[in-house]
Design a protein around this ligand. Sequence first.
Ligand code: GLU
Length: 401
Amino acid sequence: MAFQQFLNKIAPLAKLTKTELQLLSAPEHVWKAELSVSGKKYPAYRVQFNSARGPYKGGIRFHPEVNEEEVTNLAFWMSLKTAVADLPLGGAKGGVRINPKDLTPKEIEKLSRAYIRAFYQHLGSQQDVPAPDVYTTPQIMAWMLDEYETLTGKKDPGMITGKPLEAGGSKVRDIATALGGVYVLEEAVKKIGLSSKKVAIQGFGNAGSNMANLLWKAGYTIAAVSDSQGAIYSASGLSIDRVLSVKEKTGQVSLVPGVTAITNDQLLELAVDILIPSALSGVITKKNASQVKAKIILELANGPTTQEADEILQTKKILVIPDILANSGGVTVSCFEWQQNLAQESWTEVEIKNRLKEKLVGAFLQLWKKYSAAKYDFRTAAYLYAINKILAAERQRGFKP
Ligand code: GLU
């Protein structure tokens, strides 16, 4: 599996003992089920990777490519992500192998409830706390909470995050992934003294569209954006309010009038300063990495860069801000939502934004210090930092390295 390859590569740098490597090489639990909706069966998973730092945490995705290996890899990265942002949580991930676009809203509700019926004994605010991920929404979280509380017979709003505000959700959670990305990016821009701020954003889902909007409002030039159906480019910058309204009406950014249509591949190779992959994994590959011209890559998606591509980007001295830091704003505000639910509180928007900024700027500066003092790249610095935090918690609990 990809995460095991990665661990083997990083083990000598992290000076992992054999027992430590063994501990990190397998998830604590893998739960599997088959969900039935309208006479069809869909494989479903919940992989709980590591809980040394707290209850398991991580999203559930509904996607046709979901499989046990992918969910396990993502559960591993979640464990690292919560450690980097210093959240008192572990790492998990869930998924159902399905194309939700083939389902009616009623069937999606049935699927969401079936997921909880299959796994509810392993979930809970002190056990494992799911959240949205690819193609899952606040509405889905509300159905899941409802099913969980019906089955267990007690209220536990902190058993899932990313809920609608009316059902115990948190302010700012809707834009949290993107906002966290902005805070981290602003620090990186300062550190490398980037004066021109031309941006290309690949993906226009929750993370990508909010990122485009926030950066545009902050004065960045958004030269290109894309969705699964195509990409658009304007040398002088796109008006993101127009792109958002066309996307909302038609579902396609490429129907924006008066801009140049390009392909998703061309977008990745544009002469911009900042490239932000915000969709699925594995888009920056050994085929296109040598053509990337950006000075900073901010990984708003999970795992957008393959390992071979990463090595090419390193030789080109491109600063890659890895997913486990760049997109950790989502899980950070999820953690705030969980804390509000447990304490039966409701924090203000300003309070949440301040806390998010403090967490992510703090994490960035901490990692920058390590990166500047070491011989390796920023991604490696982030991964080593996270692994050491998990192992420190394991040792405190009695694990003998
Ligand atoms: N699915 C998001 C992620 O990959 C959010 C997870 C969460 O909020 O728990 O980070």
